[in-house]
Design a protein around this ligand. Sequence first.
Ligand code: RTP
Length: 150
Amino acid sequence: MATEQTFIMVKPDGVQRGLVGEIVGRFEKRGYQLVNAKMVHASQEHLEQHYADLKGKPFFPGLIKYMASGPVFATVWQGKDVVKQGRALLGATNPLASAPGTIRGDFAIDVGRNICHGSDSVESAKKEISLWFGQDGSIPYKRAVDAWIY
Ligand code: RTP
């Protein structure tokens, strides 16, 4: 059974535009398992921690303001190669470079309003799951359908 996990977040613009169901649906339909989820209106401090590696970038203050402007939908997904495949489902960071068929390629135009976030490595996924969900990062459960997915 594949136990790799990733952190996928619907950003404030995705929540406002009613894309939570669409994004969750794409991961579910691909075969990935939702193992945690919650809506959070994150503080600036929390977001600065999440994006700590981008501190110093010219777009950092605008990014934090945008991310703190409304609630986000934070999720944890599990399955085979889910970190890499999660990023593939989201599409390139700049929506103008995202292939049609990806989430950003279908629903976004501007890099500053790119709808969703996905961990870029297994290591970052572990850190992000812990930052957003604490010790109880996931709620494990068995799915009968896994026998048809794997
Ligand atoms: P994310 O963390 O949100 O999944 O994005 P990413 O890894 O694909 O890209 P990253 O370079 O980590 O950038 C994080 C977020 O910052 C915003 N951004 N704005 N104005 C700009 O040039 C610019 N560049 C990046 C985007 O919202 C990006 O997702």
